[in-house]
Design a protein around this ligand. Structure first.
Ligand code: SAH
Length: 461
């Protein structure tokens, strides 16, 4: 049999479902938004069917066995009982009336398949394996689900809304095609995808009036997470594959760099400790300059751009120059390292708060509110704290924390080279000086560290 895809308007059409089990339920639910009028014939039905019937008027349940009948008033019949002879009889009856037939059994041949659907309303992607393998169909659906942005729904809607305006502005099909292609490639479409519909509407309106999309450059400030590429967000990955130029620093891991568009230009801007490859002002200027040249610029940062990431400074200059931008959060080192080390940052018995602190040394000292930090029922997470560890531990003890408060140092968290050094406030400084510890390192201090022994699960290579 050759199955050909079609999208049908099924509203107000009659659909008969024979059977009330799991398969009938699945089929009913996949058609629930079609607007069809359903009749279900089955002695018993599942709870889902019952609750669906409660919420909608367009469904009648006949609690009986199917008996042979004229089916011509139905547009579609779904044969899904668990009785082979009933299914066979129903198929014969249906064939007499020449209606659409869907079956749950291979032995009973229908002429309609109900596809697996990826929905980005009004866009629908229907998948079928022609009955070969529902499992493979599900795998394909899952892959599509995470590769097609949810924002495509809004994108399709705005294109539909402006379709006739564009049609009357540009008389030639070719002109319209170029206009819409430029639109999809422009900052306006990124605005739609990131939810700025009002602004996008206004810009599109203006560009239609002017007769062309103003395809200016833009900046994506993206957090790449702590290192494991699987911790990237869908949006981060999409923008990584879109950018013309990538400005990245030391914390972005190699497997993540490998996911960038192959032909994009990559600019390294540091920063090794005390060796800022490029001063911050120059990075800010570079972003502005590249975007003004019309480039799609990806500023890729380790972790989250708004946590010890200077993300705020970088976008300030973009605002000054009216350059479109968006910010994509990433998993910060504290979240990534704590999960991969099996150290929860809060716990009902041990810690009611967690504080992210910078342990960066300035002129050999650290200026922090030690009184506030030296508190037993909270977790302290020190970023950039390894070189200041001695001072940090000393100050915390001096301000009242028990010197046996557990502490962990996690290096290269979430990557195959992750290492964890365990100690307490008293021993951590010597653990650091006695080992060759490779950056980046994160320090977690507090009683939650004790849980590592029980909760550890991640096995680095
Ligand atoms: N914006 C980043 C932090 C930048 S500050 C974020 O949200 O994670 C740099 C510090 O982050 C490093 O000195 C280290 O303390 C910490 N860090 C980042 N990635 C790390 C990793 N994979 N393992 C351990 N620490 C990490």
């Amino acid at each position: 049999m050759i199955f050909s895809p079609l999208f049908l308007d099924l509203s107000k059409k009659n659909c008969l479902i024979l059977g009330g089990g799991i398969i009938a339920t699945r089929k009913l639910l996949s058609l629930k938004d079609s607007g069809m009028i359903f009749t279900i014939i089955s002695p018993e039905v599942t709870k889902e069917i019952e609750s669906f019937a409660k919420d909608t008027k367009n469904i009648t349940i006949i609690r009986d066995k199917y008996s042979s009948q004229n089916l011509s008033k139905y547009y579609l019949i779904i044969i899904a009982t668990n009785d082979k002879s009933t299914n066979k009889q129903a198929l014969e009856d249906a064939k007499k009336s020449d209606i659409l037939i869907n079956t749950a059994e291979d032995s009973v041949n229908g002429n309609v398949l109900i596809p697996s659907v990826v929905k980005r309303d009004p866009i629908q992607i229907a998948i079928s394996s022609g009955g070969a393998s529902p499992i493979l169909t599900r795998v394909i659906k899952n892959r599509l689900e995470y590769s097609i942005p949810f924002g495509f729904s809004a994108l399709a809607k705005i294109m539909m809304q402006f379709r006739s305006k564009v049609k009357s502005k540009f008389k030639l099909v070719k002109e319209r095609r170029i206009f819409w292609e430029n639109f999809l490639d422009s900052p306006i479409s990124e605005m739609v995808l990131s939810g700025h519909l009002d602004k996008a509407n206004k810009m599109l309106e203006k560009d239609i009036e002017n007769g062309a999309i103003e395809n200016s450059g833009e900046v994506y400030l993206v957090g790449s997470g702590p290192g494991d590429p699987e911790l990237l967000t869908f949006r981060a990955l999409r923008l990584m594959q879109k950018a013309d130029v990538v400005i990245y620093d030391r914390l972005v891991s190699d497997p993540i760099m490998n996911l960038l568009r192959k032909d994009s230009e990559k600019i390294y801007v540091g920063k090794e400790r005390a060796d800022h490859a490029m001063p911050q002002e120059e990075i800010n200027d570079l972003l502005v300059r590249l975007a003004k040249d019309g480039k799609k610029v990806l500023r890729l940062k380790g972790g989250d751009p708004f946590i010890f990431g200077r993300g705020g400074e970088e976008i300030e200059s973009l605002i000054d120059y009216k350059i479109p931008f968006q910010i994509v959060p990433g998993i910060t080192a504290a979240s990534g390292c704590s999960s991969y080390a099996g150290i929860p940052l809060t716990h009902r018995d041990f810690s009611q708060a967690c504080i992210f602190v910078t342990g960066h040394l300035k002129d050999g000292s650290i200026n922090l509110n030690w009184q506030m930090l030296a508190h037993p029922n909270q977790t302290l997470i020190f970023y950039m704290g390894m070189h200041g560890a001695k001072i940090i531990c000393k100050e915390l003890i001096k301000h009242g924390l028990n010197k046996e408060t557990p502490a962990a140092l996690i290096t290269k968290g979430t990557t195959p080279e992750q290492k964890i050094y365990l100690g307490d406030l008293q021993t951590l400084p010597s653990i650091i000086s006695n080992n060759e510890i490779k950056p980046p390192t994160l320090m977690i201090i507090g009683n939650v560290v004790k849980l590592h022994e029980k909760l550890q699960w991640f096995i680095p290579k």
